[in-house]
Design a protein around this ligand. Structure first.
Ligand code: FPP
Length: 254
């Protein structure tokens, strides 16, 4: 794989865990457990595919509408995940962050999150952002209602305020599994120019090979960001026009 490939922000809607379990006559939570294993596989594979930020949709604000038994199982799974992964994060230089509301999560879960965020804050190989009690509309409204100075400036300062990172957090590629083709209130601002990849594979079956297919598909696309093809874009330098497809150089002009 070429080393000059741009680092990517990948976002994933990990859908189809419940259906995966149902097809196997298993209770739904077994699907979520299997989903955690897929997550581990994909996190491990990120550096190989030049993915430097991974944002996963683990629990939407609307998921509170599910039966209490399911939301409790998901919180238990989260507890288990957070207590078991710290060593792996440190070993693989993964910075962990949670995005979304914290005021409605169980207190002990918030403590675990904050502890891992602190312990991994200097790691740089991969930024792993887990969306929990997350609603993009809510996040955008929060920033807007705070009447943040960022709003008076420009898109990139708004993006920084929204992501909590010192860089913006535009998504390059968004994957949704299980045949569904919706954004479901996930990263609405950050996905303004994302490439979308939908697959029928349920999340627990999503493998490194599936990730390769999605990333290869992404790399073959011609991203114009509303601009023109290189040959019609007078502001692009000649060197920027070579290998446009394979090396994924953005076509933004100055
Ligand atoms: C969407 O529907 C998926 C979720 C609500 C949660 C996905 C969560 C995980 C894969 C595991 C939790 C992650 C961590 C980090 C602990 P669905 O897959 O529940 O069900 P569906 O097949 O009925 O759409």
């Amino acid at each position: 794989m070429q080393s000059n490939l741009q680092k990517l922000h990948l976002a994933i809607i990990m859908d189809g865990n419940g259906r995966w379990a149902k097809k196997r006559n298993l209770p739904r939570f077994k699907g979520h457990c299997a989903g955690v294993n897929s997550l581990r596989t994909i996190i491990q594979a990120c550096p190989e595919f030049h993915i430097s930020t991974l944002t996963i949709y683990a629990f939407s604000s609307d998921n509170w509408k599910r039966p209490k038994s399911e939301t409790s199982h998901l919180m238990d799974l989260l507890r288990l995940y957070l207590t078991s992964e710290l060593d792996i994060f440190l070993k693989n230089k993964i910075r962990f962050m949670a995005i979304g509301r914290r005021d409605r999560l169980p207190e002990d879960v918030v403590e675990l999150i904050e502890d891992i965020e602190t312990q991994t804050k200097n790691e740089t190989q991969l930024t792993l952002r887990i969306a929990l009690d997350y609603s993009a509309r809510y996040e955008i409204l929060q920033i807007a209602q705070k009447n943040s100075p960022a709003l008076k400036e420009n898109h990139s300062s708004f993006s920084r305020a929204l992501s909590g990172l010192d860089r913006g957090c535009d998504v390059d590629l968004l994957i949704r599994t299980s045949g569904e083709k919706r954004l479901s209130d996930f990263l609405l601002w950050e996905c303004a120019y994302s490439e979308l990849h939908f697959t029928d594979t349920d999340w627990p079956d999503f493998s490194k090979e599936n990730l390769k297919i999605a990333v290869d598909d992404f790399r073959s696309r011609n991203r114009r960001f509303g601009s023109l093809e290189p040959e019609n874009s007078p502001n692009l330098k000649l060197t920027e026009m070579h290998g446009q497809k394979n090396t994924y150089k953005t076509m933004r002009t100055k």
